[in-house]
Design a protein around this ligand. Sequence first.
Ligand code: ZN
Length: 253
Amino acid sequence: MRPYILAETNWKAVKETKFELAVLPWGATEAHNYHLPYGTDNFESDYLAAKSAGLAWDKGAKVIVLPTMPFGVNTGQSDIYLDINLNPSTQFAILCDIIEVLNRQEIFKLLIFNSHGGNNWKSMVRELGLKYPKMFICVSNWYQSLDKKKYFDEPGDHADEMETSLMLYLKPEFVLPKKDWGEGKEKKNKIKAFSEGWVWAERKWSQITEDTGIGNPKKATKEKGERFYKDVCLKMAKLFIEICKADLENLYE
Ligand SMILES: [Zn+2]
């Protein structure tokens, strides 16, 4: 029973604690190549947020991890069987309700612990920041917190070597045997400007990859997953501690 995980702790403990920072893991439910579970993003954020919060808690940070939101924005995967889409406007409404509670109860720091590339938070955070001026709302992408090249050989961004390694470490019982791993080959837009990153259109997922993956998972190992997991947690824990300690009236130097 971890006192920093809301789903596990209880009223007796919670009512005695003044929490500084709420962490909201937010994933997605979607196909991850042939071999990883639909809940991959949720398992990743569950484990990473909990471990990071534990490290921060041990150093005195009063952090509380909210239950992971299991559905994310999957507007580009509408034709992939059982990918469950939450429209951005629905996501905004849910986030707004959660912030309403935190604001009323004077937990003024919120970190959205994002685990899914299709969730875009900046415009929502801008609007909610205006609506709740006492709230400090920030967003992290754990998968961008470290230089992946130092941990993995193959690049990718969905069910790739990194995600497969993490799941081999965290939930090996839910990873199919290697013979079932697709190549995660990505087709690029014929218009070059899109690859250069300064023009954007939503990718029609079923047209850019055969197996739903982007990034070849074949060099994934449990050991790589463990090393990456532990380093991400250390970095995240440091962030949690810094946000807890931060004086919101005096953030800049
Ligand atoms: Zn994923």
